[in-house]
Design a protein around this ligand. Structure first.
Ligand SMILES: NC(=O)c1ccc[n+]([C@@H]2O[C@H](COP(=O)([O-])OP(=O)(O)OC[C@H]3O[C@@H](n4cnc5c(N)ncnc54)[C@H](O)[C@@H]3O)[C@@H](O)[C@H]2O)c1
Length: 437
């Protein structure tokens, strides 16, 4: 099938490259010319395991192409996936201006039936807004079209696998024609036994927010339990393991630490709170989850202060800048708040991340107080404390004897429970994990 994907970010690129891998012919429309230029050369503008290989494969098979021209994209196929950004507005609600723009322009360029499939995360009711916008901007053109909701559940760092082997595909449609088209689009995946749920567009839109905010709440829940564990000398890792054996609870997303960040959970939780409140529905559960999450950085820094007393003038190593391992994404990463606070306290920071340094530099330029390092060992040289903010495998495997020799003081404040406390302490470190004795 011919498919158009609008927006060449994490979701658009992974979807497009995976669709091409499955045999579809895909044209990606991306606004930013520099991204399109890279992509045409087979270079992925984002770090995502396996993505660049799929882009190269699609290009050489002639099944994947890129353009900045939305008109070309609209003409290219009947099925148009909207994968543009829906960031937070200052009041927490979702900024839908990119989606609205795509709806308007699609209507302008339409010359026959189109199915607009919304893959971006959008509040319930957006499908109706898109439908109305297309109808308005079609003006006198009497063309048939459908709008469907097909929220995306991929996780950065596992995006390609998540797309090709999903827990479920959710499709909200109002017409048989739209259902048949999307059934065909996803056939190469559903034929392998992966489930697809057809529902109405409003339910599909809610499924995305309800899933993400449930996961955010699960993490905040275990973090609140971790706070109690710290007070009474219990071990949150044991507590989580004990809870996780219960099939109704499950082990996933029960990891205490520095909390949730990234481009999805914080923004989606704020937006869902807004939606619930707009409809007069009680949002206290999610407000509580958000509050627990916002306290995480304070708790980490209070441990650092407990260890070093005064931060002014102290050399602090930071391991991990991305919001989670295996991605270069730093959007809403806790590291942003940690580094800002350390700079305010006039500490000297030496930071290292395997993939996210370049993105971080765009927010915090290198300077006298903030140096970016090429290796974890360079970062800890002369440091009076090491903060671990992301659980990259590289940190789990680090040679801690070497780390101790390089550091000025053997202090580790671990925001991700990367190490076994007994082992680290036996090497002579003062070790501050999350919710562990
Ligand atoms: N990143 C994730 O892990 C993830 C997972 C599931 C769902 N989502 C949702 O998917 C959506 C996209 O997320 P993302 O992380 O891919 O965003 P992103 O910011 O990485 O990518 C969006 C891209 O769309 C482009 N764009 C914007 N307007 C355009 C237009 N008119 N024409 C062509 N290109 C245009 C932008 O230049 C950008 O490259 C969001 O709603 C997000 O919440 C994201």
């Amino acid at each position: 099938m011919k498919l158009t994907v609008i927006g060449g970010g994490y979701v658009g690129l992974v979807s497009a490259a995976a669709f091409a891998h499955l045999g579809h012919e895909v044209l990606v429309v991306e606004k930013l010319a520099e991204k399109v230029e890279l992509l045409r050369r087979g270079v992925s503008p984002i770090y995502e395991p396996g993505l660049e290989e799929l882009i190269k494969e699609g290009l050489s098979a002639g099944r994947l192409d890129f353009t900045t021209d939305l008109r070309e994209g609209v003409k290219f196929s009947e099925v148009i996936f909207i994968c543009v950004g829906t960031p937070s507005l200052p009041d927490g609600s979702a900024d839908l201006s990119q989606v609205e723009e795509v709806a308007r322009l699609t209507a302008k360029y339409m010359d026959g039936y189109k199915l607009l499939v919304n893959k971006s995360t959008v509040p319930v009711g957006t499908h109706a807004r898109v439908e109305r916008t297309v109808r308005l901007y079609l003006k006198d053109k009497e063309l048939p079209f459908d709008v469907a909701s097909n929220p995306e559940f991929l996780r950065e760092g596992h995006a390609v696998k998540d797309f090709l082997e999903p827990d479920r595909i959710v499709v909200g449609v109002k017409s048989e024609r739209a259902r048949a088209l999307l059934d065909e689009v996803y056939k190469p995946i559903t034929e392998k036994g992966y489930p697809i749920l057809f529902t109405d567009p409003a339910s599909a839109e809610i499924i995305k927010y309800a899933s993400n905010t449930f996961l955010a709440t699960k993490i905040s829940f275990i973090n609140a339990v971790a706070d109690l564990c710290e007070k009474v000398g219990a071990d949150v890792e044991s507590v989580a393991e004990g809870m996780g054996y219960d099939k109704r609870i499950g082990k996933e997303f029960l990891k205490a630490g520095l909390g949730w960040g990234g481009s999805c959970l914080p923004k989606d939780t704020k937006a869902f709170i807004k939606t619930l409140e707009e409809h007069g529905v009680n949002a206290e559960i999610l407000k509580g989850a958000l509050k627990v999450n916002e306290e995480r950085v304070d708790r980490l820094l209070s441990k650092l202060k407990e260890a070093l007393w005064v931060l002014k003038g102290k050399k602090v190593a930071v391991w991990g800048l991305s919001f989670k391992p295996d991605t270069d994404d730093i959007r809403e990463a806790p590291s942003l708040r940690v580094v800002r606070r350390l700079l305010e306290e006039e500490a000297f920071i030496r930071a290292y991340d395997p993939k996210a340094t370049e993105n971080f530099k765009k927010v915090f330029a290198e300077g006298e107080r903030l140096k970016y390092c090429q290796s974890p060992y360079e970062a800890v040289k002369g440091a009076e404390a090491l903060l671990i903010l992301t659980e990259w495998d590289e940190f789990k495997r680090a040679n801690l004897k070497k780390v101790k020799k390089l550091m000025e003081l053997p202090v580790i404040v671990d925001g991700r429970n990367v190490y076994e406390p007994g082992e680290v302490r036996s090497l002579g470190f003062e070790y501050y994990p999350v919710g562990r004795p």
